[in-house]
Design a protein around this ligand. Structure first.
Ligand code: SF4
Length: 482
């Protein structure tokens, strides 16, 4: 994973996918790169080859295996069989601290030094652009989310390491045997999804020079509108500015954070990648409850919220945000981003989804939570529902650090439980009967019991739980001491 210089091949040939679950030949026009060509770079020497200090890699049982055994026959002692879903003819090579067996003291890959780039294991050869997904005939190529400290390349310069042509050559070189997960999209078809996302990549190229994320958001909504219902979700500059102002108000972000040109360019270059996380969800994610529910038209707003959060971090911290700063903040704030994507929509609770009743330490926060949950319940009272922003503004405006933490925790609690009012999409998670009954009781209580009485019931439940836990701990310590 240390250096990248594939030998030349023509790319009129297809990429061969030979995974256990997926076998296909993919021609370059069916490959979608979720980043601009040449817009990302990395420097293995200054990074210290962090990727080679990971847990290990998959080794194909072909020339890759031969080269490693030729260099160190005993390395086979550290092989394990690949897991289900990985390639049929692969071993898992388990590293032990401090890193890969073949990493030299100069930070170079010993396999590459001895046998050339082509002999490197597939994982290393494609890294960091080995985060692949399959969308019904299309191969989606994305960078690894967090292992490589990627930098954005702006301006007229591009970097060879992430040029699409170079990466296609590397992928054509040998069949790809690592498992590739299938994904699905909420666009009307895979072809429409790829066409729309390619338009976003082209737009990000155009806006990189301007460095204005708010205008880029407006342009994104127009580009996506061409692929969904014409004009749907399209936002004017005024809409976007109003939205940004509302997010800033709720998160107590000062308006001055908009001025960071570096953050704007980083976010513009990363937007195709970030979008790919939101518009392509792994198959099976819905059944496991991990599916992110966000309509394609609202994705630009989720990313505008992220831009404001990254800008805030940059306004406090001493370092310029880079790829990993953004991916880390994306992971940390995802539920809030999804919630805020629908800030100007009227949202309701999924009728079938359970209603969690966490006990907050502060009675004030408990009361706020109840009021929000009550305001989001479907039913006759929601015939003329309020916008989500209005509900949050009324009940969740943070006045201090606790209020901001509350807002983030609230977003985690609401994650996956809300839908746009009037949408008929079904709740897809399976919950057991006990949770359903408990949830029905909670709903009834919300609709019929006064909030003061409910609040004291919570407090009593919490105290009861706390006392039971203390009694258990005390019992355990007495038992342990005797
Ligand atoms: S085989 Fe080479 S590139 Fe791969 S982890 Fe080991 S040293 Fe790094």
């Amino acid at each position: 994973m240390t250096t990248h210089s594939p030998s030349a091949v023509t790319i009129h040939q297809p990429i061969r996918l030979l995974g256990r679950k997926l076998t296909a030949d993919v021609f370059p026009d069916r490959v979608y790169f979720a980043f601009g060509s040449g817009r990302l770079t990395y420097d293995c020497v200054s990074c210290g080859a962090k990727c080679c200090h990971g847990h290990g890699y998959l080794l194909n049982q072909d020339v890759e295996l031969e080269r490693q055994l030729a260099r160190s026959p005993s390395v086979a002692l550290f092989f394990e069989r690949g897991k289900e879903g990985e390639g049929a003819n692969q071993y898992l090579v388990k590293n032990c601290p401090s890193g890969c067996f073949f990493l030299t003291s100069s930070g170079m890959c010993g396999v590459q030094i001895d046998h050339g780039y082509d002999a490197k294991p597939e994982t290393c050869r494609l890294f960091p652009f080995n985060n692949l997904r399959w969308l019904d005939g299309y191969l989606i190529v994305r960078p690894h989310p967090n292992l490589c400290p990627l930098e954005i390349v702006g301006g007229k310069e591009v970097n060879k390491r992430s040029e699409h042509h170079e990466l296609l050559e590397a992928m054509c070189l040998k069949p790809i045997q690592n498992g590739i997960d299938q994904c699905e999209t909420s666009y009307e078809s895979p072809g429409a999804a790829i066409a729309a996302e390619r338009r976003i990549v082209a737009l990000s190229e155009e806006f990189l020079a301007k460095g204005d994320y708010l205008s880029f958001t407006v342009a994104q909504t127009a580009a996506v509108g061409q692929s969904t219902v014409k004009g749907m979700g399209e936002k004017t500059g005024e809409d976007v500015h109003r939205y940004a102002a509302d997010v800033c108000r709720l998160l107590r972000i000062p308006g001055t954070v908009f001025d960071n040109d570096h953050v704007s360019r980083t976010m513009i270059a990363m937007t195709p990648y970030l979008r790919s996380q939101l518009v392509f969800s792994d198959c099976g994610a819905a059944a496991s409850g991990a599916r992110i529910e966000i309509s394609v038209e609202r994705v630009p707003l989720a990313l505008l919220s992220l831009y404001l959060i990254v800008s805030t971090a940059a306004s406090i911290g001493p370092t310029a945000p880079h790829f990993q700063t953004v991916t880390r903040l994306y992971d940390d704030f995802l539920p809030l981003l999804i919630l805020f994507a629908h800030l100007h929509d009227s949202m309701v609770w999924h009728a079938e989804a359970p209603v969690p009743f966490p006990a907050w330490d502060s009675p004030d926060l408990q009361r706020r939570y109840m009021r929000i949950i009550r305001a989001l319940q479907p039913g006759p009272a929601r015939k003329r529902p309020a916008r989500l922003y209005d509900i949050l503004h009324e009940h969740a405006m943070p006045e201090d650090a606790d209020g901001l933490i509350f807002l983030k925790e609230l977003a985690r609690g609401l994650f996956g439980h809300l839908k746009v009012h009037g949408n008929h999409n079904k709740w897809t998670e399976r919950v057991d009967v006990r949770v359903r009954i408990q949830s029905a009781i909670h709903r009834w209580a919300l609709g019929h019991i006064d909030e003061g009485v409910l609040g004291s019931l919570y407090a009593r439940t919490r105290n009861h739980r706390g006392n039971s836990a203390k009694a258990r701990d005390a019992g355990a310590s007495v038992g342990g001491g005797s």
